[in-house]
Design a protein around this ligand. Structure first.
Ligand SMILES: NC(=O)c1ccc[n+]([C@@H]2O[C@H](COP(=O)([O-])OP(=O)(O)OC[C@H]3O[C@@H](n4cnc5c(N)ncnc54)[C@H](O)[C@@H]3O)[C@@H](O)[C@H]2O)c1
Ligand SMILES: [Zn+2]
Ligand SMILES: [Zn+2]
Length: 342
């Protein structure tokens, strides 16, 4: 079968590999749609010792069950599913203290992370990772469930309430989904910061103003009815995001960091003290976040078609990944459709 795998030189290539056989407790899935995530770009850049050549990326996918392995119960061939790409161990410190989203082994065993992922015609995953895809959610829109759950958790962690002014840093897929959820929940004062013109325009189509990082210090408060943001959600995955957030935030403001920069960020700690800022990270999602994400999509509250800007084949994936890494793309979320060759 066809798949897209990491090569030895930090690029991706279409490869022909064996269709996996589902082991005990696993199901074989035919992938319907798989999203390309900013995290996939980080993974492409990792040393070969961390992610070996031949690794198939992709953790944001919908699929149809093709085959049940031994002891994979409760599902039937033909069921439409969305994958919750981690299973918490239930025993580590994170799990025992009520943070299953922080379970290291749960994340490490995720498809596209520690096992072969969804940039492939078919993939085998533990049955415990399957969630039914409601009839009202299309296979394509369903592929937004996972990143939408990340956005929902980031907003939850921030404690933002609809009357507060909120600034979202970055209008990539995660920033756009965060903005879309804030809009769906009735937040009236939301502004976005994003260096790329096409992505600022995309944020504008969600009904919020977007400015470049250079303009942010002067323009964000005026866009929020002359108040600095009480909450900043940093989805940039870039070291320039957090210092900008610290500069923009109101006294007693809260910064939620959801992007994952490859390098440390220089933060002015004196500003943290002087403004009594709170900084919190947000990682992945729990069952409630995922269920809420699916519910939002099913209810039509997320403008999925403004976020999914193109649907393409596995053959196109290497070039699209290169465009996204170079920052030259006009795209927001690109979905791969493995069952339809170019
Ligand atoms: N915490 C989690 O659980 C989690 C989950 C998924 C993804 N992520 C991470 O979130 C980040 C975002 O993911 P994505 O798919 O949206 O990626 P992306 O790279 O497409 O989007 C990031 C956007 O931030 C913009 N940006 C860069 N510097 C900026 C600045 N100083 N101010 C404002 N905008 C700036 C970029 O132009 C880009 O449009 C990535 O680092 C990804 O790895 C985290
Ligand atoms: Zn992702
Ligand atoms: Zn655990």
């Amino acid at each position: 079968m066809r798949a897209v795998a990491i090569t030895g030189d930090h690029t991706a290539a279409v490869v022909d590999i064996d269709r996996p056989a589902p082991a005990a407790g696993e199901v074989l899935l035919d992938v319907s749609y798989c999203g390309i995530c900013g995290s996939d770009l980080h993974m492409l850049g990792m040393p070969a010792g961390m992610l070996p050549p031949g690794h198939v990326l992709g953790h944001e996918f919908t699929a149809v069950i093709a085959e049940l392995g031994p002891q994979a119960e409760g599902w039937a061939v033909g069921d439409r599913v969305v994958v919750f790409p981690m299973i918490a161990c239930g025993e580590c410190d994170a799990c025992r203290t009520g943070h299953p989203n922080l379970c290291g082994s749960g994340i490490d065993q995720g498809p596209g992370i520690g096992r072969q992922g969804g940039y492939a015609e078919s993939v085998a995953v533990p049955a415990g990772m399957l969630r039914p895809l409601p009839a009202t959610v299309s296979d394509a829109d369903g592929a937004l469930t996972e990143p939408l759950a990340v956005a929902i958790r980031a907003i939850r962690i921030s404690g933002a309430t609809p009357h507060e002014p909120v600034c979202v840093l970055g209008a990539g897929p995660l920033g756009m989904l965060t903005t879309a959820v804030l809009r769906a929940r009735g937040f009236g004062r939301v502004a976005v910061v994003e260096p790329t013109g096409a992505r600022r325009a995309a944020a504008g189509r969600l009904g919020v103003a977007a400015v470049s990082p250079d303009e942010a210090a002067a323009r964000i408060a005026p866009l929020l009815a002359d108040e600095p943001p009480a909450v900043v959600i940093d989805t940039t995955g870039h070291p320039s995001g957090a210092p900008l957030a610290v500069a923009l935030l109101a006294p007693a403001g809260r910064l939620t960091v959801v992007g994952l920069p490859d390098d440390p960020a220089p933060i002015d700690l004196a500003q943290l003290a002087v403004k009594e800022l709170t900084v919190r990270g947000s990682l992945c999602y729990d069952e409630d976040d995922f269920t809420e994400a699916l519910g939002h999509i099913a209810a039509g509250r997320i403008p999925c078609r403004q976020i999914i800007t193109s649907i393409t084949s596995l053959e196109e994936a290497p070039a699209r990944l290169a465009d996204l890494s170079a920052g030259t793309t006009q795209e927001i979320k690109i979905l791969l459709r493995p069952g339809h060759p170019a």
